[in-house]
Design a binder for this molecule. Structure first.
Ligand SMILES: [Zn+2]
Length: 312
């Protein structure tokens, strides 16, 4: 009630100022009158959602790789360099995910701290015979696919925002606590639902190896013709190996992803008779109208797709 009232008064005062101003206010003046939000950047859409949930109204969050974008093969634009140079904080995933970042940071000449949101997470090795991306380091970058890890991202984001904007400490702490409680509930939902899937129905195929952390946390086994990055193409030999393994072993479903070419997975499905279980969101959210405009929606969507395909 109080908050609403105060807002109304502020809006009325703003209108009065505008009405008495003959000249249009400069952008700086307009910014100050709306309470100068802290401008921050997140490298990709999932991280942007995390930052928005902790920062709320105190922040103006921009992302570099947008909805349905593939951060593995992103090439930053001059507009991205401008966004980075305007930002007070730059949030990145780390673990070798944003191979293009160092050059962008240099080009932008930003002095903003670069916050590695995955700091403190135990990285998984880039696993599997199907991975030839070793030139970019040895860690699997897709740490957000485990909800326990997402909680570490949130704590890191909260601490970085408090350090940059101590006046917002209580807001950041309270928003982070609310969101962490939602993640706890999400984790219980995942374990309850996936726990009911029989052990011999837990093998699935996706296009690229983005679900290693999900596999380690929730015991669903993923195989992929492409490695943990999509920079290199799957080799014919790898695809043939997956096709023959799929014929021999019991694979319950193959899944498409929103950030990769669907043809490879469709080929595997048609050559083996494995059914296409639907679409999983791996490295990016959808836009507002899609199935996964937030991280929590993304995990719930993937959970429903897996549960349906592996129990029917
Ligand atoms: Zn990926």
């Amino acid at each position: 009630m109080m908050g609403t009232q105060r807002l109304w008064i502020a809006a009325a005062a703003g209108a009065a100022v505008l009405a008495t101003n003959v000249m249009a206010p400069s952008p700086t003046a307009a910014q100050e009158s709306t309470g100068a939000k802290l401008r921050v950047i997140a490298s990709f859409s999932i991280l942007g959602d995390f930052v928005r949930n902790v920062g709320g109204d105190r922040l103006e969050v921009a992302t570099l790789v947008g909805p349905n974008g593939n951060a593995h093969v992103y090439s930053p634009s001059p507009a991205d360099a401008k966004k980075v140079s305007d930002a007070k904080l730059v949030f990145v995933n780390g673990l070798g995910f944003e191979g293009w970042l160092d050059r962008l940071v240099k080009a932008s000449a930003t002095k903003a701290p670069i916050i590695v949101a995955s700091k403190g997470i135990k990285p998984l090795e880039r696993a599997g015979a199907h991975d030839r991306d070793h030139e970019h380091g040895s860690a699997d970058p897709h740490a957000w696919q485990s909800v326990a890890n997402a909680k570490i991202y949130i704590s890191n984001i909260r601490d970085a925002l408090i350090a940059a904007d101590p006046a917002g400490k209580r807001d950041y702490e309270s928003s982070a606590a609310t969101y962490l409680a939602r993640l706890d509930a999400l984790e219980r939902e995942l374990r309850d639902t996936l726990g009911k899937i029989p052990l011999d129905r837990r093998r699935v195929i996706t296009s690229h190896n983005a679900f290693g952390y999900f596999e380690a946390a929730y015991r669903i086994h993923f195989t992929a013709p492409q490695g943990v990055s999509t920079e290199s193409e799957a080799s014919a030999k790898d695809v043939a190996a997956i096709i023959s393994a799929t014929r021999k072993e019991k694979v319950s479903a193959v899944f498409l992803e929103n950030v990769t070419d669907p043809r490879l997975v469709q080929q595997i499905a048609s050559e083996t008779g494995a059914k296409v279980g639907g679409l999983l969101y791996s490295d990016a959210l959808t836009d507002e109208k899609g199935d996964a405009p937030t991280y929590i929606d993304l995990i719930r969507h993937n959970l429903r797709q897996l549960a349906t395909a592996l129990t029917s």
